[in-house]
Ligand binder design. Structure first.
Ligand code: ADP
Ligand code: MG
Length: 304
């Protein structure tokens, strides 16, 4: 079962076509980087996946279920995610669980059960915050947290609901370089957890689409890069998927060897970002074909 399936998705704002027949399938446990020129429709696509702005045409399925409105299957983290300022980090993370699983009435009639649930939720929140490196800050309020810490809380808040997929829309854009690298490493650790879950025959927990304009970041954190662009040969309107290829998988302990990025970065620059480079839109759309060959071997080699 695909974590996400997008079928023939098109979107118009007024008479202006933004997205042109986007087709995409994402498997559980993939970390997919989505890149493309500014204004090409990346956030529009994410909103369609999230269910806040259903597409004008086509459909989105999260784990086989049609997405027509925001729901638990899809989570999102934005660049400047606003946490609840009056809740501590752990309460922020537990907040979604609370809303979902205990109603006001059940709190009233079954106070002890409610309190037990609440303790469970806070424990889950603390466990997850430990995992994202925030053990020491669990009781802190957002105003006491740095930008990087706030983003970790926001990411924990999204994943604690166990969505089928989480969307990250330029999540590290506002952070300084060192913090950004810490958060990139966090994603690499998530990916290692995915590989281990797969080895045990379990469903991997972290399926992610990350939008970034940093091509190095895209290649570093993801196992697959998708390029969305309106520079293609299929008519002049609307962005299509013009690039979909595997990229090298890094282990968090590996050096960030920039030489591994160079070729693919140049390929992306011309295939996705260069308005004069108009070629058949499917030339670089080969992820699933390549996966059956050597990418699998590389992924296996890199999992330790
Ligand atoms: N609500 C809206 N109404 C009209 N036009 C919009 C709206 N939202 C976005 N757009 C336009 O759609 C295009 C794609 O926007 P967006 O998805 O935000 O691009 P990206 O995230 O790739 O930078 C842009 O030209 C933008 O101006
Ligand atoms: Mg955007």
């Amino acid at each position: 079962m695909h974590a996400l399936e997008i079928r023939n998705l098109s979107h118009w704002y007024g008479t202006r076509r933004i997205l042109n027949k986007v087709n995409l399938t994402i498997a559980p446990g993939q970390i997919v980087a989505l890149v493309g020129p500014s204004g090409c429709g990346k956030s529009t696509l994410l909103r369609a996946i999230l269910g806040t702005d259903p597409p004008s045409e086509g459909e989105v399925l999260a784990e086989g279920r049609l997405v027509t409105e925001p729901n638990r299957d899809v989570g999102i983290v934005y660049q400047n995610y606003s946490l609840y300022e009056f809740l501590s980090a752990e309460e922020n993370v537990a907040f979604g669980l609370k809303l979902d699983k205990t109603s006001l009435i059940s709190r009233f009639i079954a106070l002890p059960a409610y309190l037990r649930k609440r303790r469970e939720h806070l424990q889950m929140a603390r466990d997850f915050l430990k995992k994202v490196g925030l053990e020491a800050a669990m009781g802190h309020y957002p105003a006491e947290l740095s930008g990087g810490m706030r983003q970790r809380v926001a990411i924990a808040q999204a994943f604690i609901l166990q969505p089928k997929i989480v969307l990250l829309d330029e999540p590290f854009g506002a952070l300084d370089e060192a913090t950004r690298e810490d958060l990139q490493l966090m994603l690499l650790r998530f990916y290692q957890e995915n590989l281990k879950a797969k080895q045990r025959g379990e469903r991997p927990q972290y399926t992610i689409i990350i939008v970034t304009h940093e091509l190095n970041e895209a290649i570093y954190v993801a196992d697959r890069v998708i390029g969305l662009s309106r520079f293609h040969t299929e008519g002049s309107q609307g962005a299509m998927v013009v690039y979909d290829r595997p990229c090298p998988v890094f282990h968090p302990d590996d050096p960030k060897d920039l030489s591994k990025f160079v070729e693919q970065r140049e390929e992306l620059r011309s295939a996705v970002f260069d308005p004069n480079y108009v070629k058949h839109h499917s030339k670089y759309v080969s992820f699933w074909d390549e996966l059956s060959n050597d990418a699998l071997a590389v992924a296996a080699m890199n999992s330790r």
